[in-house]
Ligand binder design. Structure first.
Ligand SMILES: NC(=O)c1ccc[n+]([C@@H]2O[C@H](COP(=O)([O-])OP(=O)(O)OC[C@H]3O[C@@H](n4cnc5c(N)ncnc54)[C@H](O)[C@@H]3O)[C@@H](O)[C@H]2O)c1
Ligand SMILES: [Zn+2]
Ligand SMILES: [Zn+2]
Length: 380
């Protein structure tokens, strides 16, 4: 047990005081983990677009002051009452959605939507007692998706923590804690392209590129990469993308362009933008008879998906996924092993790295569309 077990830890955290304002590194107090909770020392964290959406709070419920961050790698510092599966020193990836292992979803092989721990972006407190574990001068600072990894220490429900191979480098595998697993699983577990099929991926950020990586691993014959930002195309070649389509280059909807290019539509489409028009395009560009489209991007909360019901009657399927349908505790260790066995490359996703003191630069890189993933080093 760490010498701080059961005590409050004072450490640095990047606090978002207001929507859209730069984060401020503050000294926060992190309470000890309560029943079924663990306290982690975060070593590396990365910025995902979902953090940015909720920090901007334009189409989402504002919850401030808040500590964002959900893509990370760390080490268990101490554990609360009832925790038997994790011990101090374990190497772990925190996950924004959980696995209690007891509910109907956790018991089903088909679902990772745990009843107890499924993502709740509006909740800023622990589910056990409805309190925050973070405070500054006695005033609570809210959590984000149960993880809040932009802090040197954080408290997380044990069901949202995956124990991984301790020899896996945390500065690389931390990106598996959200975006890369999400995109990879969206293709491999949900779209399931048969070998030789054509796959369209909308949005070539980290999640979309991971979806492309999944298509490459599945043996797709063609991978269409669709993005509004042409700077993404050069990078995407490394991920097996064979054809690029920028919707801005055409005066008709991109789904029509894709249907023409493929003489009837792609076999699979994976949407990784969060833009509702891209979601509609992804569905409408799949082939009738067998096409499957998978939605991954997180839309504005008021967005509505519109399409003609005939598109379904013509035997197209629309699906959505959280976290690539991976069960965090059961499945994530094996995704880490895919990296360890060199089946999956993670280095090509990591384009930037900054010390914790410069965390706001990670936001700039993402907002300018320059980064795929920027690693934030907590010791810096
Ligand atoms: N469902 C899940 O479990 C889950 C998990 C993680 C992330 N996400 C979501 O996945 C999405 C992608 O995340 P990311 O980190 O890769 O973001 P990112 O910003 O790095 O990438 C998004 C890309 O989409 C492109 N884009 C935006 N609108 C477009 C449009 N209309 N047509 C084509 N391209 C468009 C952008 O230019 C950008 O390159 C986000 O919405 C994120 O919130 C979902
Ligand atoms: Zn994420
Ligand atoms: Zn459950």
């Amino acid at each position: 047990m760490s010498s701080m077990a059961g005590k409050v830890i004072k450490c640095k955290a990047a606090v978002a005081w207001e929507a859209g304002k730069p984060l401020v590194i503050e000294e926060v107090e992190v309470a000890p983990p309560q029943k079924m909770e663990v306290r982690l020392k975060i070593l590396y964290t990365a910025l995902c677009h979902t953090d940015v959406y909720f920090w901007e709070a334009k189409g989402q419920t504002p919850v401030f002051p808040r500590i964002f961050g959900h893509e990370a790698g760390g080490i268990v510092e101490s554990v609360g009452e009832g925790v038997t599966e994790l011990a101090p020193g374990d190497h772990v990836l925190p996950v924004f959605t959980g696995e209690c292992k007891e509910c109907a979803h956790c018991k089903s092989e088909e679902s990772n939507m745990c009843d107890l721990l499924r993502i709740n972006t509006d909740r800023g407190v622990m589910i056990g007692d409805g309190q925050s574990r973070f405070s500054i001068n006695g005033k609570p600072i809210y959590h984000f998706v149960g993880t809040s990894t932009f802090s040197e220490y954080t408290v997380i429900h044990v069901g949202c923590v995956a124990k991984i191979n301790p020899s896996a480098p945390l500065d690389k595998v931390c990106v598996l804690s959200c975006g890369i697993s999400t995109g990879l699983g969206a293709t491999l577990n949900v779209a399931k392209p048969p070998k030789g099929s054509t796959v369209a991926v909308f949005g070539l950020g980290a999640v979309g590129l991971a979806a492309c990586e999944g298509a490459r691993i599945a043996g797709a014959s063609k991978i269409f990469g669709i993005d509004l930002n042409p700077n993404r195309f050069e990078e995407a070649k490394k991920f097996g993308v064979t054809d690029f389509v920028n919707p801005k280059d055409y005066d008709k909807p991109v789904q029509e362009v894709l249907v023409e290019m493929t003489k009837g539509g792609v076999d699979r489409a994976v949407e990784c933008t969060g833009n509702v028009n891209a979601m509609i395009s992804a569905f409408e560009c799949v082939h009738d008879g067998w096409g499957v489209a998978v939605l991954v991007g997180v839309p504005n909360k008021d967005a509505e998906f519109k399409t003609k019901p005939m598109n379904f009657l013509n035997e197209r399927t629309l699906k959505g996924t959280f976290f690539g349908n991976y069960k965090p505790r059961t499945d994530l260790p094996s995704v880490v092993e895919k990296y360890m066995n060199k089946e999956l490359e993670l280095e090509k996703f990591i384009t930037h790295s900054v010390p914790f003191s410069e965390i706001n630069k990670a936001f700039d890189y993402m907002l300018k569309g320059e980064s795929i993933r920027c690693i934030i080093r907590m010791d810096g």
